[in-house]
Design a protein around this ligand. Structure first.
Ligand SMILES: Nc1ncnc2c1ncn2[C@@H]1O[C@H](COP(=O)(O)OP(=O)(O)O)[C@@H](O)[C@H]1O
Ligand SMILES: [Mg+2]
Length: 344
């Protein structure tokens, strides 16, 4: 299912034109370990900013417990939601699309009023991810729930972009690292095909493991020793994992630097190249916008937070525009593979 719809010119510059109809959308997942750090803020505003830039955008609320994306996008009690897909009342995601007040931006709302609703089982999650790729849009922005459950991780891993949102609070930074760690190991585990290599990855995740696997490098060494070809797959999986970092609610230059610190931990500890794609100021305009039930890029386009959010959206546009990368295609295949196994 590889598609060659890369919207970049050879120099990497984005072509100004939206893609032709029928092309698969670019899937952008917005996560971060902790609740309240601004995942919904970032997802809603990137979606709105991309729509303002003339792209066809769908925002999807997969936070089955704290669904509130519809509220910040100005959609009151949605008639339909992802709950209808989860409960198998509606297999066609297109029928769940609702308009928002923002031209070009539509929404698939979250499970409203279904506290404790079961998360989608991995097998159906794969089906859902496939359906998201078929939506008539240039961009699909997925707002994730908190935590590091596989149901959250899979969206983050199969997206063309996985955006990690954190704030400069120690608790958020800590959760961001556990989120990265969980995503990293899930990605590696999904890339392994032999049971013994998967076992090693599981052991690496267990900090009290007896084999002395402390770092991803230790893991690579062990996997290479038992199966060299799995070692190659592991290396490829590490190289293909490229989370994008957004620091939200910054109030100082030091807060801004946090993104660089996280990037360098990613490189030193995991050997992965994370991108620091931007930060967003702590801004009263955000609170005001939420009260007006609109994204801040719509209500206060000149406020600091809006300017920085728009800048991040522009970066997404510059980074290849719509389209599904081979990396993402591979990741979806891997998640699908895992979903077929009882241990996933
Ligand atoms: N940059 C910001 N400036 C001011 N307030 C913010 C900012 N980011 C988030 N907030 C506040 O934090 C709350 C939680 O944000 P939200 O996006 O819902 O977090 P999450 O989706 O991660 O749980 C918002 O309702 C808002 O009041
Ligand atoms: Mg949220």
């Amino acid at each position: 299912m590889t598609q060659t719809r890369d919207a970049r010119t050879p120099t990497g510059a984005h072509r100004a034109l939206p893609p032709s109809h029928g092309a698969a959308p670019r899937l952008v997942a917005v996560g971060g370990g902790k609740g309240g750090v601004g995942k919904t803020l970032v997802a809603a505003n990137l979606a709105a900013a991309l729509a303002q830039a003339g792209r066809r955008v769908v925002a999807v609320d997969t936070d089955l417990e704290g669904a509130n994306l519809h509220t910040v996008l100005g959609v009151g009690a949605p008639r339909m939601s992802l709950a209808d897909y989860v409960a198998k009342r509606e297999p066609d995601l297109r029928k769940l699309l609702v308009d928002t007040p923002i031209p070009g931006l539509r929404l698939i709302a979250g499970t409203h009023g279904h506290l404790g609703a079961p998360q989608l089982r991995s097998f159906r999650r794969v089906a859902l991810l496939g359906e998201l790729r078929k939506l008539p849009a240039d961009f699909v922005l997925v707002d994730l729930g908190a935590g590091t459950h596989p149901s959250v991780m899979d969206y983050f891993l199969v997206g063309d972009d996985g955006i990690l949102v954190l704030t400069p609070e120690p608790t958020s930074v800590e959760n961001a690292y556990s989120f990265l760690r969980a995503a990293f190991y899930r990605r590696l585990r999904l890339a392994m095909t032999s049971e013994s290599a998967r076992k090693l990855v599981n052991q690496a995740m267990d900090q009290g493991n007896e084999r002395g696997i402390r770092t991803p490098l230790d893991l690579l060494r062990e996997v290479r020793a038992i199966a060299p070809e799995e070692g190659l797959r592991l290396t490829a999986a590490i190289q293909g994992f490229r989370p994008r970092i957004v620091v939200n609610s910054v109030r100082s230059a030091e807060d801004v630097r946090l993104g660089f610190a996280v990037r360098s931990v990613c490189r030193k500890y995991f050997g992965i190249a994370a991108d620091y794609i931007g930060y967003v100021n702590h801004d009263d305009a955000v609170t005001q916008a939420i009260r007006q039930r609109r994204p801040v890029v719509v209500t206060h386009p000149h406020a600091d937070a809006a300017v920085y959010l728009t800048r991040i959206a522009r970066k997404l546009l510059e980074n290849g525009g719509p389209g599904r990368t081979t990396r993402a295609a591979r990741a979806t295949a891997q998640v699908g593979f895992a979903a077929r196994r009882p241990t996933a």
